[in-house]
Design a protein around this ligand. Structure first.
Ligand code: AMP
Length: 114
């Protein structure tokens, strides 16, 4: 996608310090972190959000969760707990229309979310 900011990060048009990368997935620190650990995990291919997922994405989503698990260990938030969030649509406040999973931790996270 020509003007998608996360596509630009995924294909290197925007430089980022990736904390994880393979041929299908990239993870990087959120520009405006809301927790001591705030990492975004995205598919490199453009998928506009959760509602655009199809059967063919089942393995990809599973792999994203395994990356999240591994990053939680790497960033020291596995033991105390963390949250994985995928905002979908306007009411959830999705601001970037490219599927992404927030990995949040390093502080007590309130529930329910605002
Ligand atoms: P959401 O509101 O769920 O769509 O999340 C989008 C997230 O992307 C926000 O937390 C932003 O801070 C983050 N973000 C936007 N642009 C960038 C960027 N260039 N690098 C890192 N994070 C970004």
């Amino acid at each position: 996608m020509e003007n998608c900011i996360f596509c630009k990060i995924a294909d290197g048009r925007i430089k980022t310090d990736a904390v994880y990368e393979d041929d299908k997935i990239i993870a990087f620190k959120d520009l405006n972190p809301v927790a001591p650990v705030h990492i975004l995990i995205i598919p490199k291919a453009h998928i506009s959000g959760v509602m655009a997922l199809t059967e063919k994405d089942k393995t990809l989503v599973g792999e994203i969760f395994l990356v999240a698990r591994s990053l939680a260990e790497q960033f020291g938030i596995a033991d105390n707990g963390f949250r994985i969030v995928a905002n979908s649509g306007e009411n959830a406040g999705q601001s970037v229309p490219h599927l992404h999973f927030h990995l949040l931790g390093g502080r007590k996270l309130g529930w329910p979310p605002g």
